[in-house]
Design a protein around this ligand. Structure first.
Ligand code: COA
Length: 181
C-alpha cells in the first residue's frame, strides 16, 4: 500500500512518524514496566532498541507495511505515546492497531484520542474495511480504550498469545468501517 504521511491531530494531541531525535524520549518512556508487560516491546529496552524502532518505522512507511506514529502534545510537542497500524493488508482491507502511552500522560484520554485519529484515517483515507487488536485478558485499561474508540470484543484469541513472559490469553477486538461510533 502506498502511504502518505497524514496531518492527524485534534485539539490536544498530534500524530507524527518517529525520527532519530526521538530516541532519548522513547527510551525513557518505555522503561515503564507496564509497556513490555502488555505489548511486544522488549525489556530491558535501550537506546539501541529505540534506534531500531525508528529505523523500522521509516522503512515500513516507505514499504507501506506499517504506519507508526508518535503521539505528541499538540502545543508543546512533548512525547505522550505511540500508536500504529501494523500488518497493513490492502487486499484484505485490514490492519492491526497497537499503542502505548507514557506513564506520566495516562488517564487523560491520550490513547483514546490517538486511536480515534488513526482509526478515522485508516477508514476514510486508506479505505480499509476492518481494524483488529489483540489485547491480553488482564489489561482492562486497554480494552476500555478500544471500546471508547468503537472497537468491540469479537472472540478469544485462537491460542494463548506468545509473549516474552510466556503465552497468555488474549481477546480479539475489531472495528469495521461501517460500524457506528
Ligand atoms: C492502556 C493505555 C494505553 C491507556 O492509555 P491512556 O491514555 O491512559 O488511556 P485513556 O486515558 O484514553 O483511558 C481510556 C479509559 O480507560 C481508563 N483507564 C485507563 N487506564 C486506567 C487505569 N490504569 N485504571 C483504571 N482505568 C483506566 C480511563 O479512565 C478511561 O476510561 P473513562 O473514559 O471511562 O474514564 C496505557 O495504560 C498504557 O500504555 N499501558 C501499557 C501499554 C498497553 O497496555 N498498551 C496496549 C496494548 S493492547
Amino acid at each position: 500500500m502506498v502511504l502518505t504521511v497524514p496531518d492527524l491531530h485534534d485539539d490536544v494531541v498530534a500524530l507524527r512518524p518517529p525520527t532519530p531525535s526521538d530516541v532519548g524520549a522513547i527510551t525513557a518512556a518505555v522503561q515503564d514496566p507496564e509497556i513490555p508487560r502488555f505489548t511486544h516491546v522488549p525489556a530491558p529496552y535501550t537506546a539501541v532498541d529505540a534506534v531500531a524502532f525508528v529505523g523500522k518505522a521509516a522503512s515500513s512507511w516507505r514499504d507501506g507495511t506499517d504506519a507508526s506514529f508518535l503521539v505528541v502534545d499538540r502545543t508543546s510537542g512533548v512525547l505522550l505515546g505511540s500508536v500504529g497500524l501494523q500488518k497493513l493488508d490492502a487486499v484484505a482491507g485490514e490492519a492491526h492497531v497497537g499503542y502505548w502511552v507514557d506513564a506520566a500522560a495516562r488517564r487523560r484520554g491520550v490513547a483514546t484520542r490517538a486511536l480515534r485519529l488513526v482509526t478515522a484515517w485508516a477508514f476514510e483515507t486508506l479505505g480499509l474495511e476492518r481494524l483488529q487488536a489483540q489485547v491480553f485478558t488482564d489489561n482492562p485499561w486497554s480494552q476500555r480504550v478500544l471500546e471508547q474508540a468503537g472497537f468491540r470484543r469479537v472472540r478469544d484469541a485462537p491460542a494463548a498469545v506468545e509473549h516474552a513472559a510466556g503465552p497468555r490469553p488474549a481477546f480479539v477486538y475489531s472495528r469495521s468501517r461501517d460500524a457506528a461510533d
